[in-house]
Design a protein around this ligand. Structure first.
Ligand SMILES: Cc1cc2nc3c(=O)[nH]c(=O)nc-3n(C[C@H](O)[C@H](O)[C@H](O)COP(=O)(O)OP(=O)(O)OC[C@H]3O[C@@H](n4cnc5c(N)ncnc54)[C@H](O)[C@@H]3O)c2cc1C
Length: 325
């Protein structure tokens, strides 16, 4: 159970690939954890509300970022190409695509950056780990039973036989056998959430809704067979799930320090380009933000947010709008 919960926390499919020293630099943020009732987009909307209307353009996929080692012909050094074949010129670009998208760019040798990223960047991108973690939400159909605490579904921590497949129940699907938790999103809710990681998450992403409902229902009926309150009440009507592993704009969920990488790689991720500034080479052409660029808060929303502030401040300092960051 501990292993499987930590697969969710870390995003590492195999905990043996986590670098113990590197991971020990991870810091929990102070204060309580909270759920944002209106969703994360409400945070973005509040931040963006001070910007002029129309400044933020959504749904525009960048296909190539052209930057310059030395003075080019254009008045602005960075040229962005979009999937609709339009282009945009900029003095500075802050890249916040996921580590999964950057890794794919290197694997496929695709020309997302032209010239290609320098080796100190590509090596850090390749060494760091980026795993898949997905949440699955299930709606209980017409729940009628409550336990003494008013719960219509219990908070379940599950343990499955792992090593001896002869002990596996043939009706419990393999993709659920490494899920440790399934529970209502709040105590008397009829919406149940469960977490999937690694190979099992990718498998879950590929299934039909019906297969998932069948698999979870069968598993729950075994777990709750001896429960007076819940044994007949586990029927799910529909599901909602994320597909972070297969979504081409994410290709995974969040970063971990894989064996062979370290916090220095996260710092390398954060370094702006070009690294060496010369008379002919405009400074701060490409800056990097996002969770994979924060040494101690990687893998988190606040890490991503703080790196956005860091890079905005870097530019403000460059333009002498602030004294120091
Ligand atoms: C199941 C799950 C639970 C989590 N729980 C928590 C939690 O409780 N607390 C917490 O702090 N964090 C949590 N996280 C982590 C948190 O959500 C991430 O760390 C955070 O969203 C990362 O933000 P980011 O801006 O770095 O990257 P992303 O959110 O990955 O954003 C990258 C953006 O780049 C865009 N993009 C990609 N390619 C292109 C392209 N070619 N052109 C244009 N745009 C492109 C994508 O569309 C996306 O909008 C969780 C994550 C998951 C998956």
């Amino acid at each position: 159970m501990f292993e499987n919960i930590n697969r969710h926390y870390s995003s590492a499919d195999d905990l043996g690939t986590l670098d113990f020293n590197g991971e020990s630099e991870y810091c929990n943020f102070h204060g309580d954890e909270m759920t944002i009732a209106k969703g994360y987009s409400s945070v973005i909307e509040a931040l963006a509300s001070v910007l002029p209307d129309g400044l933020i353009q959504l749904g525009r996929k960048v296909t190539k970022i052209e930057w310059q080692y030395d003075g080019g012909a254009g008045t602005k050094p960075v040229k962005l190409h979009f999937s609709d074949e339009s282009v945009m010129y900029a003095d500075h670009v802050i890249v916040t695509v996921s580590l999964g998208v950057l890794k794919k760019g290197i694997r496929d040798n695709s020309a997302m950056f032209s010239p290609q990223l320098p080796s100190f960047k590509t090596e850090a991108i390749s060494r760091l780990g980026f795993g898949v973690v997905d949440k699955l939400f299930l709606k209980l159909s017409s729940p009628s039973t409550h336990d003494d605490n008013g719960m219509i579904f219990p908070y379940l921590q599950m343990v499955f036989h792992q090593s001896d497949s002869k002990l596996f129940h043939p009706k419990v699907p393999l993709w659920i056998r490494r899920t440790a938790l399934i529970y209502p999103i709040y105590p008397n809710s009829s919406t149940i959430v469960s977490w999937f990681a690694g190979k099992e998450a990718l498998e879950m992403e590929s299934l039909d809704d019906e297969e998932i409902i069948d698999g979870v229902s069968t598993t729950m009926s075994f777990f709750l067979a001896n429960s007076k309150q819940f044994k007949n009440s586990v029927k799910f009507s529909n599901i909602l799930r994320c597909k972070w592993g297969s979504n081409p704009l994410f290709l995974g969920s969040y970063t971990y320090i894989a064996v062979g990488s370290s916090g220095d790689d996260l710092d390398a991720m954060a370094e702006p380009l070009p690294k060496r500034i010369s008379k002919n080479c405009p400074p701060l052409q490409i800056l990097f933000a996002g969770e994979a660029t924060h040494r101690s808060c990687y893998s988190t929303t606040h890490g991503a947010y703080l790196t956005g502030l860091r890079e905005a401040n870097r530019l403000l300092k460059h333009f002498q709008c602030v004294d120091d960051v």
